[in-house]
Design a protein around this ligand. Structure first.
Ligand SMILES: *[C@@H]1O[C@H](CO)[C@@H](O)[C@H](O)[C@H]1NC(C)=O
Ligand SMILES: *[C@@H]1O[C@H](CO)[C@@H](O)[C@H](O)[C@H]1NC(C)=O
Ligand SMILES: *[C@@H]1O[C@H](CO)[C@@H](O)[C@H](O)[C@H]1NC(C)=O
Ligand SMILES: *[C@@H]1O[C@H](CO)[C@@H](O)[C@H](O)[C@H]1NC(C)=O
Ligand SMILES: *[C@@H]1O[C@H](CO)[C@@H](O)[C@H](O)[C@H]1NC(C)=O
Ligand SMILES: *[C@@H]1O[C@H](CO)[C@@H](O)[C@H](O)[C@H]1NC(C)=O
Ligand SMILES: *[C@@H]1O[C@H](CO)[C@@H](O)[C@H](O)[C@H]1NC(C)=O
Ligand SMILES: *[C@@H]1O[C@H](CO)[C@@H](O)[C@H](O)[C@H]1NC(C)=O
Ligand SMILES: *[C@@H]1O[C@H](CO)[C@@H](O)[C@H](O)[C@H]1NC(C)=O
Ligand SMILES: *[C@@H]1O[C@H](CO)[C@@H](O)[C@H](O)[C@H]1NC(C)=O
Ligand SMILES: *[C@@H]1O[C@H](CO)[C@@H](O)[C@H](O)[C@H]1NC(C)=O
Ligand SMILES: *[C@@H]1O[C@H](CO)[C@@H](O)[C@H](O)[C@H]1NC(C)=O
Length: 402
């Protein structure tokens, strides 16, 4: 009797224990990529993949079909700084010609562990600065494609937390065709040590996704913090509708960046000359709160200012001539966007403009409360074009666009 109870108990433990796949590292600069991919394959269902060593990764991580998988990244996963190798092998994702080094896909995924994803961006920053190349797949065939270090793609119910991301060659994170994705306590540092800027190192780019939450994170980079660029593929498919909805971003600090809370949408031209724009769809229910333009990690004299070029910006005529937007206003509507407690200082790159909301068709229900953003000197200016809810902004729109 006692034996059978014990037996039952141990069977239950076995049934609920996750299959664990601990990845050894090879060392000596050899490629740990294949062992990591193999571990994901073995532990793809109800598994736990443990990455607790230093891994040098020189091959694409195309990790799909995960179902209820915990990934413990407590070590460091570092991509090799090998432009000739990564450019052709990174996975092309069509949207904005982006490609990725790690496509993580499945349902119920938790990636955490306090470790580091180091993308070795410096060689990419230097190469990008000295070339005229777009540095993306379509623009340069396969010789110079800056990969996104981590893409959550075709996924549902994903949590990524307590991870540090260093020196991304391009956007740090891409949320691609996914639903219910949460990033929490992420530290992003993409900083160039040469005179070449760390270009295009957005914190997050979000495409065709719903219910994405980004919270308690810190970003030090040279481009957007979070960017929603729904209709910006250069591939023109008629009748396609793009949607970005239900996004919440809160408690984020950033410094030395180009754009804080930003939404950009191409103009509405159906013109065949245009490489983007013209689609329909909507950006809806996006909330940004507590964007403190505070310095966080790097302690130096000039990190006392937050130095963000465009703390709040909505541009519904992105990369489209003004006349074209006037003739063909964007048919992608922007509504229900809320800026709460966005504070800090701008860099002065846009003179005194700290808020710039320009809609080529009317934007509705855009609200702002608790806004306190100062330019380096003088009074702040707030540009608003075609915003129907100016009464719900806690600043007076002071300037027409230049
Ligand atoms: C993508 O690459 C194509 C082909 O080179 C190029 O024409 C297009 O402008 C690129 N699109 C973007 C958004 O970079
Ligand atoms: C993502 O899903 C789309 C279909 O929705 C599919 O065409 C594409 O191949 C998937 N991407 C990857 C890398 O699995
Ligand atoms: C969203 O994802 C979280 C974390 O994985 C999960 O707890 C929650 O149940 C998911 N929500 C839905 C509606 O599936
Ligand atoms: C955030 O993540 C770091 C590791 O990157 C960890 O040391 C720290 O304890 C985490 N903070 C919280 C509040 O969980
Ligand atoms: C949306 O995200 C929140 C926060 O992660 C989660 O609790 C909720 O279940 C998600 N809902 C859906 C429908 O995915
Ligand atoms: C964006 O604009 C194009 C060009 O007009 C449009 O046909 C398409 O439906 C929209 N969506 C995507 C994904 O490009
Ligand atoms: C807006 O999005 C949040 C998640 O970010 C969700 O909880 C809320 O229900 C959404 N509101 C509407 C009106 O869709
Ligand atoms: C946004 O969230 C609300 C509330 O959960 C939901 O009703 C709505 O369908 C979501 N929007 C989209 C586009 O999924
Ligand atoms: C498209 O480009 C051609 C050649 O540059 C130009 O003649 C034409 O006016 C353009 N069409 C539009 C609608 O701008
Ligand atoms: C905004 O700031 C006010 C005053 O500090 C605070 O009471 C409120 O809770 C904050 N709102 C959010 C959404 O963080
Ligand atoms: C404002 O939006 C309307 C359409 O809603 C458009 O006709 C007009 O050109 C827009 N004005 C500007 C200055 O973009
Ligand atoms: C906006 O302008 C009105 C009228 O000049 C003034 O009474 C109000 O205090 C201003 N509001 C802010 C937030 O500056």
């Amino acid at each position: 009797m006692l034996t059978s109870v014990l037996l039952l108990a141990s069977l239950c433990v076995a049934a609920f224990a996750r299959l664990e796949c601990k990845v050894p590292h090879l060392g000596g600069g050899r490629d740990d990529g294949p062992a990591i991919s193999a571990a994901f394959q073995r532990c793809a269902k109800n598994g736990k993949v443990v990455l607790d060593q230093y891994y040098s990764v020189d091959s694409l991580l195309l990790i799909t079909g995960l179902d209820d998988v915990e990934i413990v990244l407590s070590g460091t996963l570092q991509y090799t700084p090998d432009i000739a190798k990564w450019s052709p092998q990174s996975l092309f994702l069509t949207y904005q010609n982006a490609s990725t080094a790690w496509f993580l896909s499945g349902n119920n995924i938790l990636l955490h562990g306090g470790g580091t994803l180091d993308a070795n961006g410096q060689v990419w920053y230097d190469a990008f600065a000295s070339s005229n190349d777009a540095g993306t797949a379509g623009g340069s065939s396969t010789t110079f494609e800056r990969p996104v270090p981590l893409t959550v793609g075709n996924s549902t119910n994903v949590v990524i937390e307590d991870i540090t991301q260093l020196n991304s060659p391009f956007w740090n994170n891409f949320v691609y065709q996914s639903t219910n994705v949460t990033y929490r306590n992420i530290t992003i540092n993409s900083v160039s040590y040469s005179s070449s800027p760390a270009s295009n190192t957005d914190g997050w780019d979000i495409y065709r996704s719903n219910n994405v939450t980004i919270t308690d994170s810190r970003i030090n980079n040279d481009d957007d913090c979070v960017s929603f660029k729904p209709n910006s593929t250069n591939i023109v498919f008629a009748g396609e509708t793009d949607i970005v909805a239900n996004v919440t971003v809160f408690n984020i600090s950033m410094n030395n960046a180009q754009n804080g809370a930003r939404i950009k949408v191409f103009g509405g031209s159906p013109d065949p000359n245009s490489t983007a724009g013209g689609g329909s769809g909507f950006v809806k229910n996006v909330t940004y709160s507590d964007f403190q333009g505070k310095p966080y990690a790097i302690v130096s004299a000039d990190s006392l200012v937050s130095n963000v070029d465009n703390p709040i910006t909505v541009d519904q005529c992105y990369s489209t001539p003004v006349e074209t937007c006037a003739e063909f206003p964007s048919t992608l509507t922007i509504s229900d966007v809320h800026f709460i407690n966005v504070t800090g200082t701008s860099s002065g790159a846009e003179q005194n403009v700290v808020v710039d909301i320009e809609c080529s068709a009317e934007c509705t229900d855009i609200t702002a409360t608790g806004t306190h953003i100062e330019p380096p000197s003088g009074s702040p200016e707030f540009v608003c074009v075609n915003v129907t809810s100016v009464n719900e902004l806690d600043f007076n729109c002071t300037a027409p666009p230049s």
